[in-house]
Design a protein around this ligand. Structure first.
Ligand code: PMP
Length: 353
């Protein structure tokens, strides 16, 4: 009774290996300061969780609207942006397939499989931009396109012009701006003005991954339709309460942390480039993709033996021998650089001998 397309799906896996330094999931590396934790505890103590939460999460939406500079009517909330990707794939352009450049964030393809829609995947160019010619050549086959902006795991921003050219073919485009706070680049104006563009944001990369709050921003007419398929209580009471405190009283903490991560990103990039044989790729996000001369699984497990967890992304097209590291606190980044230096040295000896 379970259709073949579902049987073929693999369960979504993230790495759970124990490691002293975990730099594999692009979270904010700074813990929430004590005074904010206290305020959150006070608010949580008052939550009447024998009751259902506000199904519209209107107070949280108000705070989010202010935070992102949009109106509440432009917002649809998801249990993480992952859930919003499911909604979009269920609702937008119900005929035609779903386009994604590859390599990219895997949820776009997974959502297409779940919804039974055709996938149109086009490999990125050698410099990780959109292959416009191939993408336009296939444009009749898809009605919805996902662009992670900046892209995960490559870290770069696609050219805006190429995204617009694909949109001009009558394709609804979703700009997944999960890493917006680290890039400062956005399609927000388009999303607010046009009926063929939506922007996704998330609280996951700015210190609240555990809350599961994703934010879709679109023109009111579009947001209203997508909101109809949203599960009524998808944002839990505690998440609504904690996110409200964080986005009001915790703004300074968030902004300072993001700034520190951006500074560290540039330092880690420079230092990576000094390790023999290692090639880092420039990043506008809170992680860095890099290539080494050795098989990525060997580098990955060596690094784990030195207590550092990174993500092996070498199974993705174009990313042979590549790994991805999230930018951590300075001391974590030092531990990462040291572990990589040693792993590459160890493997150099092994492969030479
Ligand atoms: N989009 C991109 C591009 C991501 O990299 C991630 C997280 N890895 C997500 C969405 C998922 O975010 P959320 O935690 O809001 O579901």
């Amino acid at each position: 009774m379970i259709p073949e397309r579902i049987r073929r799906l693999k369960p979504y896996k993230t790495e759970t290996s124990r490691a002293k330094v975990r730099l594999s999931s692009n979270e904010l590396p700074y813990p929430v300061p004590e005074h904010l934790r206290k305020r959150i505890a006070e608010e949580i103590a008052r939550v009447p969780f024998e009751r259902y939460p506000d199904p519209t999460a209107s107070e949280l939406k108000e705070v989010l609207g202010e935070f992102f500079g949009v109106r509440e009517e432009n917002i649809v909330l998801g249990n993480g942006s992952d859930e919003l990707i499911y909604y979009l794939s269920a609702v937008v352009g119900d005929v035609g397939g779903i386009y994604t450049p590859v390599p990219t964030f895997p949820m776009y393809e997974i959502s297409a499989d779940v919804m039974g829609r055709k996938k149109v995947t086009v490999p990125l160019t050698a410099d990780f931009d959109i292959d416009l010619e191939s993408s336009l050549g296939l444009a009749d086959m898809y009605s919805l396109a996902y662009f992670a902006f900046p892209n995960n795991p490559t870290g770069n921003l696609f050219s805006r012009d190429r995204i617009r050219k694909i949109r001009e073919r009558g394709v609804f485009v979703v700009l997944d701006e999960a890493y917006y706070h680290y890039s400062g680049e956005t399609f927000l104006e388009d999303a607010l003005r046009r009926e063929d563009t939506a922007v996704l944001r998330t609280l996951s990369k700015i210190g609240m991954a555990g809350l599961r709050v994703g934010v879709l921003i679109a023109k009111e007419e579009v947001a209203r339709e997508i909101n109809k398929v949203r599960l009524p209580f998808n944002i839990t009471y505690p998440s609504q309460v904690i996110a409200k405190v964080m986005l009001t009283e915790g703004r300074e903490f968030i902004e300072e942390s993001v700034e520190k991560v951006v500074t560290e990103r540039e330092r880690v990039f420079r230092e990576l480039a000094t390790i023999e044989g290692v090639e880092p790729f420039p990043s506008r996000a809170n992680f860095i993709l890099f290539r080494t001369p050795y098989p990525a699984d060997a580098v990955h497990s060596r690094m784990l033996s030195y207590g550092v967890l990174v993500r092996d992304v070498s199974y993705m097209p174009r990313l042979e021998r590549c790994l991805r590291v999230s930018v951590g606190r300075p001391e974590e980044n030092d531990a990462f650089l040291e572990a990589l230096y040693r792993s590459v040295r160890d493997l150099g000896q092994r492969f030479a001998g």
